[in-house]
Design a protein around this ligand. Structure first.
Ligand code: ADP
Ligand code: MG
Length: 601
């Protein structure tokens, strides 16, 4: 069998890995049997690196040595200092990729050397290159980067491979909304238009519910402490999630200065969030307009992202798109499943329909020119060669002439961006050729831009008069790491001490306990500590008992977690009126027995 290729959804909050298997795309579970691995990295005191679930627990207990949401800064030089070492976003991403690669190798029972990784459609060239470097650092060859909406559409298409269809991909996450129209036609997948609102997400709903609560309780918003507001917002989010399951929910806030409960319904939330819905509608209408497609001619509506789980969001989409209903599959899985399909295509599997992925270029690419009509103007103008929203691959040539009398050379400076002046756009590279000194307008220079779907930009210039030709391939070395650095780092990464997989579940439980310890107080703390000490003791003393003790501990922690969610802050007063402790213990004993029996089967 040929070498396996995996598909990876490298997400802001969570990452997933998929593979093409037995004629379909399949998600690969991690050590916990879960598909979602938190995109969080943490460095322990002894230098051990934790990635995923265990690292996420450390966000609260060890915020200084833990990093999350670094995807937002991909391709920049933003620095994260963890355990006294400096990390770039691409390095942190590399650690997440390395983890997913390990999970995939364990699942497949073979080595994996190549991956297809998805990125947002609006990712700049730099962010795309940084994503590839992250792959290299993780020991993965990444030839193909796929846009997230294309991946989601591929996953949607997998259901009915025989049909040509226009899909609306609606990706609504925690802080961003991305809407894309994707066409699958005759083996070609093409993005027709993209739009979005990069400041609209699930968090805005939390904010609204929190404000509503403050208003209903007659609280003075200006006087609330930062901590109190954070508690209110967290409980607003819990309440929002509860409303996904039920039509009504209680919002409970219990912290030193406030004890209050408020009932809220889906209808209330719809009322107080009307302006958010209006903002949700805008990019949807924009893509339809840009692509000149009517709402009726959309075949699939593909929901992606956690905020799509809200029934009121689904209802609103049904309303504005004139549907009877929506066909909903797990919004968290769509992109990864599509990456799995793409991996299958790349592996050249016979059981997957060979699709040619075309993408669009989410930004304009061009060169800096002087406007001959205004010779005294020194600012260079941006002359766009490949306009934003062009389908890829694309190759386009433009003709320019010398701007000044008897100038000796022509310099082609390449930029990316939408601003009028090049100074406000991103500089990608430059090249120069000498020309014979002649009056302005007499030396012709042809400039060709070729941009492929793997994000490689090639620029060719040609002076017909002299026959001179030059080529530039854009590799961004200013931001992120240079190739040299990647090679150096790679050696370093091979030696990195990643938390061993077999130990992962234990580490996770320990970190979970540490976080709970921080969030509780009084007798709860003592109890957590006592049980954790026992667990640590067993880890050394009797490895065979570990799974048993761990399960026991997990049940206890889940109980504490539940109590915390309900009361928001857990204090010892809870212990007094509740005889939960003994009763619960009996219960856990019982459930523990059940588990055991299951295990024996
Ligand atoms: P990202 O922004 O990283 O792409 P996600 O797609 O995971 O994130 O979406 C995160 C958002 O989804 C958060 O605002 C979260 O509150 C919301 N969310 C997750 N699950 C639910 C649910 N069951 N009901 C309502 N909102 C949810
Ligand atoms: Mg997302």
């Amino acid at each position: 069998m040929s070498k396996r290729i995996i598909g990876i959804d490298l997400g802001t909050t969570n990452s997933l890995v998929a593979v093409w298997e037995n004629g379909k795309s399949r998600l690969i579970p991690n050590m916990f049997g879960e598909y979602l691995t938190p995109s969080v990295v943490s460095v322990g005191e002894d230098g051990t690196i934790y990635v995923g679930k265990a690292a996420k627990e450390r966000l609260i207990s060890y915020p200084d040595s833990t990093a999350s949401v670094f995807k937002r800064h991909m391709g920049t030089n933003k620095e994260y200092f963890l355990g006294g070492k400096r990390y770039l976003p691409e390095e942190l991403s590399a650690l997440v990729l390395k983890k997913l690669k390990e999970d995939a190798e364990r699942y497949l029972g073979e080595e994996v050397e190549e991956a297809v990784i998805s990125v947002p459609a609006y990712f700049s060239d730099m962010a795309r290159n940084a994503t590839k470097r992250a792959g290299t650092l993780a020991g993965l060859k990444v030839e193909r980067i796929i846009n997230e909406p294309s991946a989601a559409a591929l996953a949607g298409q997998e259901q009915r491979p025989e049909e040509d269809a226009v899909s609306l991909v609606f990706d609504f996450g925690g802080g961003t909304l991305d809407v894309s129209l994707v066409e699958c036609f005759d083996n070609v997948i093409e993005i027709l238009a993209v739009s979005g609102d990069n400041r609209l997400g699930g968090e805005d709903f939390d904010e609204k519910i929190a404000q509503y609560f403050i208003q209903k309780q007659n609280l003075d918003a200006g006087k609330l402490s930062v901590e109190t507001y954070a508690v209110i917002k967290k409980s607003a989010e819990n309440c929002k999630r509860a409303l996904t399951e039920n039509k009504k929910a209680d919002m409970v806030v219990n912290c030193p200065d406030i004890t209050a409960k408020m009932e809220i319904s889906r209808k209330d939330v719809t009322q107080i969030c009307l302006d958010l819905f209006e903002r949700i509608g805008k990019p949807v209408f924009r893509v339809l307009m840009d692509a000149k497609v009517t709402a009726e001619s959309i075949h699939n509506i593909i929901l992606v992202g956690g905020s799509c789980k809200m029934p009121i969001v689904q209802q609103y989409l049904i309303h504005i798109l004139n549907r009877k209903d929506l066909e909903i599959r797990e919004p968290d899985h769509m992109i990864a499943l599509g990456c799995g399909v793409c991996a299958g295509i790349k592996e050249r599997n016979e059981d997957v329909k060979d699709m040619l992925l075309t993408d669009i270029c989410p930004f304009s690419l061009g060169i800096g020119i002087s406007d001959a009509r205004f010779p005294r103007q020194t600012e260079q103008l941006m002359a766009v060669i490949i306009p934003r929203n062009s389908s890829l691959p694309i190759s386009k040539e433009e003709t320019y002439v010398n701007a000044h009398d008897y100038q000796k050379k022509i310099c082609v400076r390449v930029f990316q961006g939408e601003a009028m002046y090049t100074r406000d756009n991103i500089f990608l590279g430059q090249m120069e050729v000498e020309i014979p000194p002649m009056p302005a307008g007499q030396v012709i220079c042809l400039v060709r831009f070729t941009y492929d779907i793997n994000g490689v930009l090639q620029i060719n210039m040609h002076i017909p008069l002299t026959g001179e030709k030059k080529q530039l391939v854009v590799v961004n070395s200013e931001l992120g790491m240079t190739e040299e650095e990647v090679r150096e780092k790679l050696k370093e990464y091979e030696k990195l001490k990643l938390s061993p997989a077999k130990d992962e579940e234990n580490q996770y439980v320990l970190m979970w306990g540490e976080r709970l310890y921080m969030q509780c107080d009084g007798e709860f703390r003592e109890e957590i500590l006592r049980r954790m000490q026992y667990f640590r003791y067993m880890m050394e003393k009797d490895p065979y008992q570990i799974p048993k003790v761990r399960k026991y501990l997990t049940v206890f922690f889940a109980y504490v977690e539940g109590a915390m969610e309900h009361y928001v802050s857990v204090d010892s007063s809870l212990l007094q009126d509740a005889d939960w402790y003994d009763e619960e213990d009996e219960e856990t004993d019982q459930s523990f027995k059940n588990w055991n029996e299951e295990d024996d089967e």
